[in-house]
Design a protein. Structure first.
Lengths: 261, 133
């Protein structure tokens, strides 16, 4: 008799303890049901985002010294203007032919190409070396659409990615960039000292159904953005009907920014 | 019982005790102001139902967890819409969603955080709302 009651006491006690230990799990699943994350219905989706830059259009139709694309980008993303090449932060910027396409120039390269500046940005390579060396996965190649992403929250500022990128597409914040953002865009964050940043193909805009800011800003329509995986896309049509070049193709990173010259 | 040099030791101990308890004397009657959080922002005043993205109690205790989930959902998982209570949808964004409603940062977030001595580092990058007052 006495034995049975002790047994049942232990059983009930055990059941209670089990119930208590399961409580957090139940609570979590209740919260999961409540909070649902989803993409916006109007988000732009592609399998392989790419850009085709028609430099001829840029030079012919664009005004001399036009900076519409980089100005739009810098404003939207609060890119600082530090005014000192050592500390400079670059998302999209001009570069001379010899620097943009090293090894492709010769002393007979036409003057109108050798002297002109090309529009340079992150190539969002199909085979990016930068993402492989990141120790915290602060940068990674997004599987669904190929954007080489940046998560500034995870960046520890080790700059391995900068060493790995053969295109100089990444910049390090050697100093607090905030005071150098003249007209901050309150809709987008800035960065802080000690993190790396670069072009993100405006992934925050794609998620809202908007094309990249530089493409939108170019009046000459020299920048075209689209999905390489879609044979009917404008980028595919341009690549089909024009001879295009990419930066440092011999390295095998497979850049997704193409140039018509 | 006789204390040698008692005339020096006893006042010495008294002075020591006063010095040690000096912070307590100084703060006497000035209890740290309890947080005085306000919900009178233009956006909240226009709300038909004055509620946050999740129940108030959840927000009070777990808003930092919510923010971490939001951050990962938006930046890492590319899911930028949050469905809160009653199926209401929010754009996942610290500056444009949280701070649009709570645009009185100094009379809201900072009130609690200063009281507690927490200083979220988010504002090193994220831009604080402009406050007129
Ligand atoms: C639609 C407007 C709105 C948005 C968006 C919003 N809040 Fe709120 N929040 C409110 C209102 C209204 C209350 C008061 C709720 C109540 O009284 O029931 C509140 C309450 C809170 C509280 C609890 C304060 C207390 O009384 O203890 C915290 C903390 C909070 N919000 C933080 C946030 C954070 C962080 C975000 C972004 C993830 C956010 N809020 C987004 C309107 C909003
Ligand atoms: C009701 C008081 C209260 C309000 C209002 C409030 N917080 Fe908090 N917050 C806290 C408490 C308590 C903590 C946790 C402190 C700790 O864990 O030591 C915290 C922590 C945080 C953290 C994590 C900080 C860290 O270093 O881990 C973030 C981020 C944060 N709050 C953001 C906000 C934002 C943004 C708002 C305004 C929209 C806000 N909080 C409003 C009380 C509040
Ligand atoms: C190193 C700079 C930096 C710091 C520090 C930082 N953020 Fe961010 N955060 C960003 C940038 C840049 C983005 C935009 C990335 C994007 O849209 O893909 C962002 C995006 C976010 C987002 C999603 C979209 C948006 O724009 O709001 C949330 C939520 C967020 N951060 C929360 C936080 C919280 C909470 C903290 C503090 C605990 C914090 N962040 C600290 C730079 C930072």
């Amino acid at each position: 008799m006495e034995d049975r009651s002790r047994r049942s006491f232990l059983k009930i006690g055990g059941a209670c303890a089990l119930g208590l230990s399961a409580l957090p799990a139940i609570k979590v699943s209740a919260a999961d049901v409540q909070s649902v994350f989803s993409p916006a219905p109007n988000a732009l989706t592609g399998k392989k985002w790419a850009m085709v830059i028609d430099m001829k259009k840029c030079w012919e139709k664009g005004k001399e010294g036009c900076k519409d694309c980089s100005q739009a980008c810098n404003h939207v993303h609060n890119v600082p203007d530090i005014g000192n090449p050592k500390d400079e932060i670059k998302w999209i910027w001009p570069e001379h032919f010899a620097n943009a396409f090293p090894g492709q120039e010769s002393e007979y390269t036409p003057e109108e190409i050798a002297s002109k500046e090309f529009i340079i940005l992150c190539n969002h390579c199909t085979n990016p070396p930068c993402t492989r060396v990141c120790p915290t996965q602060a940068t990674w190649k997004r599987k669904e659409d190929g954007v080489v992403m940046m998560d500034p929250h995870r960046c520890i500022g080790c700059r391995y990615c900068m060493a790995a990128c053969p295109f100089g597409s990444r910049s390090f914040n050697f100093r607090d960039p905030k005071p150098f953002v003249k007209d901050p865009n309150p809709k987008y964050p800035a960065r802080m000292r000690g993190v790396v940043e670069k072009c993100t193909f405006c992934e925050e805009r794609l998620a809202k159904g908007q094309i990249p800011a530089c493409v939108e800003a170019c009046k000459a329509k020299a920048l075209v953005f689209g999905d390489l995986d879609d044979p009917k896309s404008e980028v595919r049509k341009l690549l089909h009907s024009n001879y295009t070049i990419r930066r440092k193709p011999e390295l095998g990173t497979e850049p997704n920014v193409y140039y018509i010259i | 019982m006789k204390i040698y040099n008692g005339d020096k030791i006893i006042p010495g101990i008294l002075i020591g005790v006063i010095i040690l308890t000096f912070p307590l004397w100084l703060a006497r009657g000035k209890a740290a102001a309890t947080p005085d959080i306000k919900f009178d922002t233009p956006v909240i005043q226009k709300l038909a139902v004055k509620q946050c993205v999740l129940p108030k109690e959840t927000m009070r205790t777990s808003h930092m967890v919510v923010l971490n989930d939001w951050r990962d959902a938006a930046v890492r998982n590319n899911t930028r819409v949050f469905t809160g209570m009653d199926g209401k949808k929010y754009d996942i964004n610290l500056q444009n969603t949280c701070m649009e409603c709570h645009s009185n940062k100094t009379h809201f977030c900072d009130q609690c955080h200063n009281y507690l001595g927490v200083n979220p580092y988010c504002w090193k990058c994220h831009i604080e709302p402009k406050e007129t007052k």
